[in-house]
Design a protein around this ligand. Structure first.
Ligand SMILES: *Cc1c(COP(=O)(O)O)cnc(C)c1O
Length: 457
């Protein structure tokens, strides 16, 4: 059998089994993957044999995030059209850095950009960059912010760096995502000099607690807290703070996608007033890894902050992607994004997001009915549940993970140990929710019995 046919057969088997296998690899699979450990081979191996070895030892050791019952972290599945388009782009082996290196990659980025701006109601001239994930999207946006804020103070950060530059005040909420802190320290803003504004019980910035803004200021807001799913009051803040030399960035890694729903779009109201937004495509759009998007309202600012020039690079005219993102050579990320949007359409995208949210509410109701506490307002697809004291909750999480019907992780929400359920996959069905809920309740019952406690919350 040739390698492509062999690949198709293996892929078909993997995908069809992804609903049955335990969501987390078994101990035996984890042991078996270690068979791959060996010194660098001296001699070549046939490509088909390499693939066969990878499938035999590697496939069982994967997390079944495509199967519909993986609710860990915030993890999307992979839409069939997007998955296949990504494989197609791999077969094409395109470098999406420049138009001349891949006209089709550039065109599909252009088309997807327009569609995305339309979906989120962002101004048509907004620049869209295709990056690896929300961390890099945030990083890219912050580099643009750094340029704009300092330029207004008469300083050129790309030429002179930050030594002796005018100080930029950086404000975030208390419940800021750790990756944003990392992005802030990567652009030289320093994690420890950030002003952290108090957040409410749901993790939303309390607008009145934002200090008076004077001088160049970067204000970072959040659309979708990674635990609770809550949204900062974007419109209220954008309209009330001094905007003279303030850059407002919104981290909307997954929450931004709530904006596709007529029922939920109030949550991102005012998003068009932000200067930049970072989001993921590999979370709620259900595009394979790795894929994120950055939106910067002032295109020229992004171009100036990230451009590079060399004698062999074309003048900026057509879409020259490498002028909008940190990478130069890179994969054609617009291809799976285009395929995801084309296969779903506006209606399909809205249905996917709303179905995930309905399933999240179903989890919350089922757990609450059984006597457990839901710690957050289930506004979108995130549920935080406590099964009692910390050791009981941790014990239940461990049992759920080991039993294998579904997979959820733990977190700490405002001082309380919780299990976090994130429903973010197109593949999750009503049946998956029922099976998973039953598995959760049974694990909780066993743990509570084992600890000699009773359900009391
Ligand atoms: C996941 C997440 C990030 C980081 O995204 P990556 O794609 O993992 O880089 C940033 N912010 C929030 C709110 C997130 O949920």
């Amino acid at each position: 059998m040739n390698i492509i046919d062999s690949f198709s057969e293996r892929a078909r088997t993997y995908i069809s089994e992804s609903k049955n296998n335990p969501v987390y690899p078994t101990q035996a699979s984890l042991k078996m993957m270690k068979d791959l450990i060996e010194p660098l081979p001296e001699n070549p191996m046939d490509a088909s044999e390499v693939l066969s070895l990878l499938d035999a030892k590697g496939s069982p050791a994967t997390l079944k995030s495509t199967g519909g019952r993986y609710f860990g972290f915030v993890t999307g599945g992979s839409l069939p059209a997007a998955m296949m388009a990504k494989l197609m782009a791999t077969v094409w082996d395109q470098n999406a850095g420049l138009y001349v290196m891949s006209p089709i990659a550039a065109l599909l980025e252009e088309i997807s950009s327009e569609w995305l701006l339309n979906i989120f109601g962002l101004p048509a001239q907004t620049a869209v960059g295709f990056v690896t994930g929300a961390t890099m999207a945030n990083f890219t946006a912050l580099a643009a912010a750094r340029h704009a804020l300092l330029k207004k103070e008469g300083w050129d950060p790309e030429a002179r760096g930050l030594f002796n530059a005018p100080e930029i005040t950086v404000i975030t909420g208390n419940e800021v995502h750790v990756s944003l802190l990392k992005a802030l320290n990567m652009v030289g803003f320093g994690r420890e000099r950030i002003i952290r504004v108090q957040a409410d019980n749901e993790g939303r910035i309390i607008a009145e607690k934002i200090p008076e803004i004077k001088g160049p200021t970067l204000l970072c807001l959040q659309a979708g807290n990674v635990n609770s799913g809550a949204f900062d009051p974007i419109e209220e803040i954008c309209r009330s703070v001094n905007r003279e030399n303030t850059w407002i960035h919104v981290d909307g890694a997954f929450g931004l996608w709530a904006g596709v729903s007529e029922k939920l779009k109030y949550l991102i109201k005012g998003i068009e007033l932000a200067d930049s937004i970072g989001t993921d495509a590999h979370k709620w759009l259900n595009v394979p890894y790795d894929s994120g998007l950055v939106f910067v309202k002032d295109r020229q600012t992004l171009l100036t902050a990230l451009s590079s020039s060399a004698a062999y690079l074309p003048e900026i005219g057509q879409r020259e992607s490498l002028q909008l993102v940190p990478d130069m050579s890179r994969e054609a990320r617009g291809v799976p994004i285009w395929a995801a949007l084309k296969s779903l359409g506006r209606k399909g995208l809205q249905d996917m997001v709303e179905t995930n949210c309905r399933h999240a509410r179903q989890f919350a109701e089922g757990l609450q009915k059984a006597g457990f506490s839901i710690l957050n307002e289930v506004v979108i697809n995130q549920v935080l549940v406590s099964f009692g004291d910390s050791s009981t909750t941790l014990g239940v999480i461990k049992r759920i993970q080991e039993e294998g019907t579904c997979w959820c992780g733990g977190t700490n929400w405002q001082g309380k140990t919780a299990m976090r359920i994130s429903v973010s996959s197109w593949a999750t069905t009503d049946e998956d929710v029922n099976l998973s809920l039953a598995a959760m309740l049974s694990a909780a019952e066993k743990e509570i019995k084992n600890q000699g406690k009773s359900i009391q919350n």
